[in-house]
Design a protein around this ligand. Structure first.
Ligand SMILES: [Zn+2]
Length: 336
C-alpha cells in the first residue's frame, strides 16, 4: 500500500480514505481525530470527535459542552479499529492529553505526531517513540539555529530577577493551555512556594490541570481592587499574551515584562513584544530533538508540516530518508 492511500493532506486536514476520518481537521467533518487541545488543532463543529479524555475535557472547557455532535475517548495504548484501519494513541509530550495518532493498514503504518516535545514536562505524559514507516512531524522550530536551553536555567532567571527587584511585579506572559501550567509547575519544582497570581482567563484550565493531579501550588486571582496594588510587589503574575496589551497589565507596580516562549530566542520577537526578561520555554521540539526523533522512529519516509519545512526536508534527504513538505494551512501554534 502506498502511504497516500492511507493518509493524505487535503484542504480540510489529513484524511484517511479507507476509514473516512480526518486528523485535526481545520473545517468541520463527520469524524475528527484530534491530537491535542490547542485551537489550531482542535476545532468545534465536527459531527464526531475521538480524542484522549483530557483533550475532550479541554475542548469542552474552551468551546462549551456542545463542541461536537458526539465524542468518544481514546486512552494511551488503546488500539481501535475504524473501518478496518488500526488506530492507536501515544503520548506526544506537548500539553496535557496531547497524543500522537498511529494509523495502520496492511503493511503500512503512519504516525501523525501533532505537536510534540522530548523534554521532561511535569504537566503531561512524556513523548513515546513509535516505530513506523512514515512519520509526520511538525517543524515549528525546524532550523538548526533553534536549540532550546535548559528549562531550569530559564526559571532560575525569573527567580533571580524577583530577588533583585523585590519592589517590582513580575508579569509572565504564557499561553493559557499548557505553557502557563508548565511554567507554574517548573517554578514550584525550583522551590518557590509563594502564591502565584493568575489572570482570570487561566482559571478554568489551571483548575482542570489540578483536577488531573497536577500540583500547581497556591494560585490566587490577579485582580487589583481598590488600592492594594502594592501587594503585587515582588510577586509572580501569569497572564495570557493578549492581556499584556490591555489595561490589565498596567495595574501592577512597575512590572517586569517576562514572556515564556520558544520564540524568545529571537531578539526581534522580544523587542517587538517589549519583553524585558525573555524566558525561552518551548512546548515544541528543537532542531536536535526533531532530527533525533526522526531517527528514533526508523521511518523510511517523513512528511513535514507546519513550520520551517524546507530545512527538515533537506536534512532528511541528506540522511537518505525520503521526505516531503505537506504544505497544509491553518496550523499556527497558539501556544508558542
Ligand atoms: Zn500545540
Amino acid at each position: 500500500m502506498e502511504p497516500e492511500e492511507l493518509l493524505r493532506p487535503t484542504p480540510k486536514g489529513l484524511y484517511c480514505p479507507p476509514a473516512g476520518f480526518y486528523i485535526d481537521p481545520v473545517r468541520p467533518v463527520d469524524l475528527a481525530l484530534v491530537t491535542h487541545g490547542h485551537a489550531d488543532h482542535a476545532r468545534s463543529g465536527n459531527k464526531k470527535v475521538i480524542a484522549t479524555p483530557e483533550t475532550l475535557n479541554i475542548m469542552a472547557i474552551r468551546y462549551g459542552q456542545d463542541f461536537a455532535g458526539q465524542r468518544s475517548s481514546a486512552v494511551f495504548g488503546e488500539v481501535m479499529d475504524i473501518n478496518g484501519v488500526k488506530v492507536s494513541w501515544h503520548p506526544a509530550g506537548h500539553v496535557l492529553g496531547s497524543a500522537q495518532i498511529s494509523v495502520e493498514k496492511d503493511d503500512m503504518k503512519i504516525v501523525a505526531s501533532g505537536d510534540y516535545k522530548r523534554r521532561q514536562d511535569p504537566t503531561c505524559a512524556p513523548f513515546e517513540v513509535v516505530q513506523c514507516d512514515v512519520f509526520i512531524t511538525e517543524a515549528t522550530f525546524g532550523l538548526p539555529v533553534f536549540h532550546h536551553p535548559d528549562d531550569r536555567d530559564e526559571i532560575a532567571k525569573l527567580l533571580k530577577s524577583l530577588e533583585q527587584f523585590p519592589e517590582r511585579a513580575h508579569l509572565v506572559g504564557a499561553y493559557a493551555l499548557g505553557k502557563a501550567q508548565r511554567v507554574i509547575a517548573l517554578i514550584r519544582q525550583a522551590g518557590y512556594h509563594e502564591p502565584i497570581y493568575i489572570h482570570g482567563a487561566m482559571q478554568q484550565l489551571c483548575s482542570y490541570y489540578e483536577s488531573q493531579n497536577i500540583d500547581l501550588g497556591r494560585l490566587e486571582p490577579a485582580t487589583v481592587d481598590g488600592g492594594d496594588k502594592a501587594k503585587f510587589a515582588g510577586k509572580i503574575i501569569i497572564g495570557p499574551p493578549s492581556a499584556f496589551a490591555d489595561k490589565w497589565a498596567r495595574r501592577f507596580p512597575d512590572p517586569v515584562s517576562c514572556f515564556a516562549s520558544g520564540w524568545m530566542r529571537v531578539r526581534a520577537r522580544t523587542k517587538q513584544r517589549g519583553v524585558e526578561l525573555p524566558l525561552i520555554l518551548s512546548d515544541h521540539a528543537d532542531w536536535d530533538e526533531l532530527t533525533q526523533t526522526i531517527k528514533d522512529t526508523n521511518a523510511k519516509e517523513v512528511w513535514v508540516t507546519h513550520g520551517r519545512e524546507e530545512a527538515l526536508v533537506r536534512w532528511c534527504e541528506l540522511n537518505q530518508i525520503k521526505a516531503k513538505p505537506l504544505n497544509m494551512v491553518g496550523y499556527e501554534d497558539e501556544a508558542e
